[in-house]
Design a protein around this ligand. Sequence first.
Ligand code: ATP
Ligand code: MG
Length: 388
Amino acid sequence: MEKILLVKYGEIMLKGLNRPYFESQLVKNIKRSLQKTGDFNLIKAHGRVYVEIINSSYSYEEVAEKIAQVFGVIAVAVAYKVKSDLKEIENLAVEVAKMAYQDGFRTFKVSTNRADKNFRPTSNEISIAVGGKIFHSFEDFLVDVRKPEVTIKIDIRLESYVYYQEYKGNGGMPVGSAGKGLLLLSGGIDSPVAGFMALKRGLKIETCYFHSHPYTTEQAKEKVIELARKLSMYNGGMRLHIVNFTDTQLEIYQKCPHAQLTIIMRRVMMKIAEQIAYIVNGQALITGESLGQVASQTIESLHVTNRAVDMLVLRPLIGMDKIDVIKIAESIDTYETSILPYEDCCTIFVAKHPETKPRLENILKSEESIDIDAMVKKCMSDYETVDI
Ligand code: ATP
Ligand code: MG
C-alpha cells in the first residue's frame, strides 16, 4: 500500500486569479516547515498538495501534525493511494478499515468525494457499496451514519485516496501571501497573540521590542526573545529589532506631565516602529491593543496614538475579551512565557492616574518640550537586530 500525506486547503474561497499565487506560497511554506525533518516530495495537483516521505526519522503522523500548523492548511490526512478503479478502491478501503478497527473503533461510516463528477458510480453509491463490503468483512464493526466513531474517507481524483486519520489544520492564509508587517512585541500576553492572528491572515512579520535597561531587566528581554521564537515556527524564522529606549523614556519622564507619560511614550514607540517598518519594507504596524482594557486603550487614547504615524496600524485583538486572548495564548504556547514575572515597564514610568481621555492638541502641546525627531533619530542609530 502506498502511503502519502494529503494536504487540504481552503479550495472554495480560492477560486480566482490569486489561486496560483496562494498555492505556490503554501507549497513553499510547507517545504520550509519540513526543512529539518527529512527529505520529502511535494506534489501540487487539483486543489490538493500531496507529500511523499522519501527519508525521515519522523512518522507520517508526526509529519502530518507539523504540516497542519502551516497557515492555509485546513487538514492533513494520512492516506493510502490507489488507481481510480472501483474494485481497487473497495479492496483498499477494507484494508484501511482494518487499521481503524485495530485502533479500537467499532462504528464507522464511509464518505466519498469525487473531484470528477463524471466518475461513475456516484459518491453516494460508492459509499454504500464500500460500507457494505467493510461491514461484511468484520463481525463487530457496525455502520453508524449519524455519529460514527470513525469515518473512512474516499477521495477520487486522477488517482484515489483512502484514509481515516486526519489532523485539523490552523486554517487562515499562507504566511507571506498578504505582505509584511512589523509587530510591536512586548513581554505581555496580548502582543504575541496579535502576531499570531496577523500571521494567520497571511502577513509575514518582523518584530520589535523597546527595551529600557536597567529599568527593564535582561530577563524581560530574554522573555521577548523566547516569545519571538515561539512565533517563528509560523513565520519561518523571525527577526527581532531591539530598541534601546531608556534615554528616551527618561527624557519623557523628566519633561512631560506624568499623567500623559504612557500616551506620549506610546506615540514615540509608534514613530520609531514606523521607521523600522519602512526599512524592512513593512506595510503595517501590528499591536496587541484591545479596546478599553487599560487607560492607554480607550478610544481617545487609541486615536491619539494612531495619529503619531501615517502607516496602517493593525490591532487584531481590538474586539476580543481577555479570556479569549488567553485561550489563544495557551493554544500557541506563549501564555506560560508571557506570565513570567519580569515587568516590561518599570513602575516609575507608569503614572498613578494616567489620563484616560487625552486630547491630541494637549498632547502635542506637551510634546513641544521634548525633541521627538532627535529621539527617533537616536533610537534608529543604535537598535540591535537579532535573527531567531
Ligand atoms: P501586552 O500584553 O501585549 O503587553 P498590554 O495589554 O500590556 O499588551 P500595553 O502595555 O498598553 O498593553 O501595550 C499595548 C501594545 O503596545 C502591546 O500589545 C504591544 O504591541 C505594544 N507595546 C507595549 N510595550 C511595548 C514594548 N516594550 N515593546 C514593544 N511593544 C510594546
Ligand atoms: Mg504589556
